[in-house]
Ligand binder design. Structure first.
Ligand code: ADP
Length: 783
């Protein structure tokens, strides 16, 4: 939309206008900085900075000052300002910051028929520029200082960029009294959009109007980047040419970038006329060194913009530019925080229900986070969607195309984003209205599961809101000329199949959501693995219980049954209880005692799995002493020596349970021993000594821990039996051999050690002896 742009031709077609000796062939080559002419309501004098001699004068000097331009050429400025005036100007030039910065110097009465002129001065590359504007007689300017101060306070209160621009438009309109004031924003692609507007009620709104990038040619943008304000008080007034056209010192056209009198492009003024705009005042909004947008005022009749008003607007434009950065930063921050809050809320639902499809459930759904028209989640072989998205089979095909593009092998960031999907993936043209833009993140390394956000085509979301009766073109002296409506149509064409681009903050929010989901999923998998492992071990225990119940416990039961039945028969046969019957009764008693023992061991084992440990820092020597005492006469009866080579360290653990482990291992060492001189040794290996440890090949890494051991010189355990001895009720010998036992001791000892986070294992040489090792804390992960 070119309406605001002074010097900006709006036609996309190359044109050729012979004006002031310059052939203009394309928008971007138009010499807008050196047009060779000025707006003829004032006079421009260019002079040599070194000696104040006149270089160029606008041709209208004769009409406004009564002094012919040719007469002034080459003369010192005294010819125009008088001796005193020229001297004062010299002082002004050296004392004020006038380089590329026009400043009001003074109001002087000048000319053949004396009249008051405001004199505005600046310098540019060894050339002084003096702009003379006729002073309005009796013009009482309002108190601009107070007005601007009030505007600044209002601007400070704005909470977002749109509100900020709206206030800027309102304030400029109030300051200038113009019919319409618009705020334009330049998108990343250079196209523009009207984002705020203040206007006379009867005018059609242009809010939301878009125009293509080439509506504002690069040279015009360059000028807006360097100046704050561009006044065009009377677009229909004829232009006045400079005499001579080029600077005689360097042969170049005069650079009028900073002149408020700079002549406007004919095509632009023609365009304004098409819209019944007679005067325009444009201010630039700059941000971080680039042109962010414009504030443009239009008026239906020619209207003077006094230098005071221009200074006030300039100050406002500077304030707007300065404050914009913080308003925009605040808005980005709010948007970022909102995206995050929505993502966390949806994720909380996912975590609660353990279902990724809950991401698209409402209140809030993904739609309320990153700006989008629709979102889809692919999980467990099905799509869950919200808002406007492609159909299921289209989604599946699109996902197949996206997967290699978001896999970690293809891209450093696991993300794919485009605002013109159909260009890369032509099938998407079919559903451009739903998905011209897509943002995708994978939820796993293989990118099987995905989250997708969709944006509709821009054209489907914006429609022409201007004058409904306006025709696309109107005739002009240089051919048909475009109107805002046509500009809008051109813009629509230029953004065909495109969506609004995804911003950095939005990409980051998508990636962060992905990380959170992955953590959640990985966390759940870990939880599940742990639960599964626990389940597996409980199942194994249950199996063992079932086995024990069916075999080991049944065996004595069968014995009881058989002997009881025989006894019954004998009694029924009328036989008195003879020695055989009594022996049977004794067997029954023995069997029940045995079964009672087995049941006790079984109950104890099951309790070990459930009991709460009471860990304290304990002295192992004391625990060991207690456990030897508990063994009672066993050691003495077996004439077994118990050796303790060095005092044991302190340990964090449950005193009673550790004592049970020692009791079990030591009693086994004493029992399963056929040597004449039996011994059992209890000791430990500190972490730094563990390199000498004769570890079995299947023992895990335990080097960072203290390892305790109970060693004997007994019968030893064959390699093939090493795992079996830890099975419940597993004995390697006849029931009564080696003093008998239930076969539950090692199972329970291992369980107790594991409950402490440690491990229990053994090494052995048959006939020479065995060593049972154990730790009492979890192994630290390897570095
Ligand atoms: P129990 O000693 O009650 O039979 P355990 O679970 O303590 O049950 O031991 C299981 C089996 O492992 C024992 O029956 C024995 O055959 C073997 N065993 C245990 N400790 C030793 C050891 N120190 N030396 C040789 N064999 C052993």
């Amino acid at each position: 939309m070119a309406v605001v742009l002074n010097d900006a031709p709006w036609s996309t077609e190359p044109y050729s206008i012979q004006r002031h000796g310059v052939e203009i062939t394309s928008c971007d080559s138009e010499p807008v900085q050196t047009p060779g002419c000025i707006q003829s309501h004032g006079v421009l004098v260019a002079f040599r900075l070194v000696d104040l001699s006149v270089l160029q004068v606008s041709e209208n000097a004769g009409r406004l000052l009564g002094v012919d331009a040719h007469y002034l050429l080459g003369k010192p400025l005294t010819a125009l300002l008088g001796e005193a005036g020229a001297r004062r100007l010299q002082v002004f030039l050296t004392s004020e910051p006038v380089d590329r910065n026009p400043l009001y110097w003074r109001t002087l009465t000048l000319g053949e028929v004396p009249a008051a002129f405001h004199l505005i001065v600046h310098s540019n590359d060894q050339v002084g520029l003096l702009e003379l504007e006729p002073a309005e007689p009796d013009a009482a300017d309002p108190d601009y200082y107070s007005l601007v101060k009030k505007s600044m306070v209002r601007l400070q209160a704005a909470r977002g960029v749109h509100e900020f621009c709206q206030i800027a438009c309102d304030e400029v309109r109030q300051l200038t009294g113009l019919d319409r004031v618009l705020a334009y924003y330049f998108h990343e692609d250079g196209s523009g959009e009207v984002i705020a507007e203040a206007r006379r009620e009867e005018l059609h709104s242009w809010l939301g109007l878009h125009y293509p990038a080439h509506d504002i040619p690069q040279p015009a943008r360059e000028i807006f980047k360097r100046t704050w304000i561009r006044p065009l008080p009377d677009a229909s007034r004829a232009l006045a040419e400079m005499v001579p056209l080029a600077n005689p010192d360097n042969g170049r056209g005069l650079d009028m970038t900073y002149c408020s009198l700079r002549g406007a492009s004919v095509m632009y003024t023609e365009y304004l006329r098409n819209m019944n705009v007679a005067a325009s005042l444009t201010m630039s909004i700059r941000h971080a060194g680039s042109l962010w947008g414009l504030i443009a005022g239009h008026h239906g009749t020619a209207t003077p913009f006094s230098w005071q008003l221009r200074a006030a607007c300039e100050l406002l434009a500077q304030t707007v530019s300065l404050q914009l950065a913080s308003v925009e930063a605040r808005e980005h921050e709010c948007y970022g925080a909102r995206m995050q809050a929505v993502h966390l809320a949806t994720l909380a639902r996912v975590a609660r229900d353990g279902d990724l499809s809950k991401l698209v459930d409402p209140e809030p759904s993904l739609l309320e986070g990153i700006h989008c028209g629709g979102a889809a989640v692919y999980h467990q072989d099905k799509w869950s969607t919200v808002g406007s998205v492609p159909g299921p089979s289209e989604l599946t095909e699109l996902a197949a195309w996206l997967r290699p593009r978001v896999s970690s092998a293809a891209t450093p960031q696991p993300l794919f984003a485009t605002d013109r999907l159909a260009e890369a993936y032509p099938a998407a043209a079919e559903y451009a209205n739903a998905a011209s833009g897509v943002l995708a993140v994978p939820l796993s390394k293989t990118a099987r599961d995905l989250v997708l956000w969709f944006r509709p085509a821009i054209t489907s979301t914006v429609s022409w809101a201007g004058n409904p009766t306006e025709s696309p073109t109107v005739p002009g002296p240089h051919g048909p000329r475009l109107t805002p409506r046509a500009s809008f149509a051109l813009w629509q064409e230029s953004v065909q199949g495109r969506a609004l681009p995804w911003t950095t903050a939005e990409r980051e929010a998508a990636l962060y959501l992905r990380t959170l989901i992955m953590d959640l999923v990985v966390g759940r998998v870990e939880d599940l693995t742990a639960v599964n492992a626990e389940l597996a071990s409980s199942n194994a225990e249950l199996d063992a219980f079932a086995y024990v119940a069916s075999h080991d416990l049944k065996e004595p039961l069968r014995g009881i049954h058989r002997h009881a039945a025989l006894l019954k028969q004998e009694i029924q046969a009328g036989r008195t209880l003879d020695a055989q019957a009594i022996a049977r009764l004794e067997t029954v008693t023995r069997l029940t005692v045995r079964m009672d023992g087995l049941l006790d061991a079984l109950l104890h084992f099951s309790r070990v799995g459930r009991l709460e440990l009471q860990p304290h820092l304990e002295d192992l020597n004391a625990i060991l002493t207690e456990s030897i005492e508990m063994l009672g006469t066993l050691a003495a009866d077996a004439r077994c020596a118990i050796r303790i080579p060095r005092p044991l360290p302190r340990v964090l653990g449950d005193r009673v349970r550790i004592r049970e482990v020692f009791t079990n291992l030591i009693s086994n060492g004493i029992k399963y021993n056929d040597k004449a001189e039996r011994w059992v040794e209890v000791g430990y290996i500190a972490p730094d000594e563990s390199t000498e440890l004769p570890l079995a090949s299947d023992t895990p890494t335990v080097r960072s821990q203290t390892i305790y051991y109970v060693r004997d010189n007994g019968i030893g355990i064959a390699v093939k039996h090493r795992a079996q001895v830890f099975g419940i009720f597993k004995r390697l010998h006849r029931r009564d051999a080696f003093g008998g036992g239930s076969g539950a001791g090692l199972t329970i000892a291992r369980r107790l050690v594991e409950r402490h986070g440690g491990l229990l294992w053994l090494t052995s040489a048959v006939g020479e002896g065995s060593t049972f090792y154990f730790t009492l804390t979890a192994a630290e992960p390897e570095a």
